[in-house]
Unconditional design. Structure first.
Length: 326
């Protein structure tokens, strides 16, 4: 078993690689779904000596299999959103304290002490269903602010507008975290000139609006809220860690999470920095499920390990993964 403090105390690339390889061997031995996948690729776990040699499980497995690396009781199941009739992803979590430590440490790494902020959440499509890992995280962040002004807003835009204006007058540091379409809906009711508020979008039109490119979206949001930069959170049901962008769509991972970018034509090879490909995520907080996930997102990696998310694969484009889904 991997000591959890080792994961959250990573400070160097050498430490990250050493622990990632330990986690790989642990999961190869204890996660039957992952072991079967590795066997399908004819991977000898004893010969895996680098991050690039580790097989990445296609994210679709979370829709069709129970992805677990231990036999402990499941404390909660996080589920993805989906349209009627669509199969949703399920992330079985046997140790919620790992998730809590992951998002609290990541928030602290990028934003400092949570008690310095009021957190306002505009996440209607997530609030209206059960099993959202994002709602679990934001609800806990709201509580950790220890500020009665923090809270969720569903469709009550007028109350949110009043709250934002009041907090601005008070000079209160505030984070408004919202799903993209709801932030745009808010701006249709009122424009702002915010000086003390961070706007953080979590992505997704959820079928409510036409998808637009990030640069155009962030320009609309920046203009509407009167801020210089739009922050973003990159996370998903299948991960217990989040990356953050403090502006310009440039994401940075916490110390226990890293991105590799695979060739879109060959899922087992990698492209050079700056080239577009499929995003593979190493999330060591996923120690009890699978830490090596091949997502359906397109992106590019920068030399300093920051990354950009450029879109998603069309289902017909996931050539390298199609052959691997059991």
């Amino acid at each position: 078993m991997i000591p959890i403090p080792d994961i959250f105390n990573i400070s160097t690339q050498k430490q990250f690689e050493k622990i990632a390889l330990k986690v790989f061997r642990f999961q190869h031995e204890n996660n039957q779904v992952y072991q079967n996948f590795c066997n399908l690729l004819k991977v000898d776990s004893g010969k895996v000596k680098s991050l690039q040699q580790i097989p990445f499980l296609p994210i679709a497995f979370f829709k069709s299999h129970e992805v677990l690396s231990n036999s402990n009781p499941v404390q909660t199941t996080f589920t993805s959103s989906g349209t009627t009739g669509q199969i949703t992803s399920k992330h079985l979590v046997t140790n919620l304290s790992i998730y809590e430590e992951s998002y609290l440490k990541a928030f602290s790494q990028f934003y400092g002490d949570i008690e310095n902020y009021v957190v306002l959440a505009l996440l209607p499509s997530y609030l209206e269903r059960e099993g959202s890992s994002l709602i679990y995280m934001v609800d806990d962040l709201i509580k950790k602010t220890n500020n009665p002004e923090s809270g969720f807003y569903l469709h009550n835009y007028d109350a949110l507008i009043q709250k934002l204006e009041l907090l601005e007058k008070q000079g209160q540091n505030t984070i408004l975290i919202g799903v993209t379409y709801a932030l745009l809906d808010l701006l249709e009711k009122q424009k702002f000139k915010l000086k003390n508020t961070i706007i953080m979008e979590t992505g997704g039109m959820k079928g409510k609006r036409k998808e637009i490119i990030r640069e155009e979206l962030h320009q609309q949001l920046s203009n509407g809220f009167g801020v210089n930069a739009i922050h973003s959170e990159y996370g998903m049901t299948e991960l217990l860690s989040q990356a953050y962008s403090l502006g310009n769509g440039i994401f940075e991972c916490p110390n226990w999470m890293q991105i590799l970018v695979r060739d879109p034509e060959d899922a087992l090879t990698y492209v050079e920095n700056g080239k577009t490909g499929g995003i593979n995520v190493i999330d060591l907080a996923n120690v009890n499920s699978c830490s090596f996930i091949a997502t359906q997102d397109l992106g590019k990696l920068n030399p300093n390990k920051t990354f950009e998310v450029l879109g998603r694969f069309d289902n017909s484009d996931i050539r390298g993964c199609n052959l691997m889904v059991l």
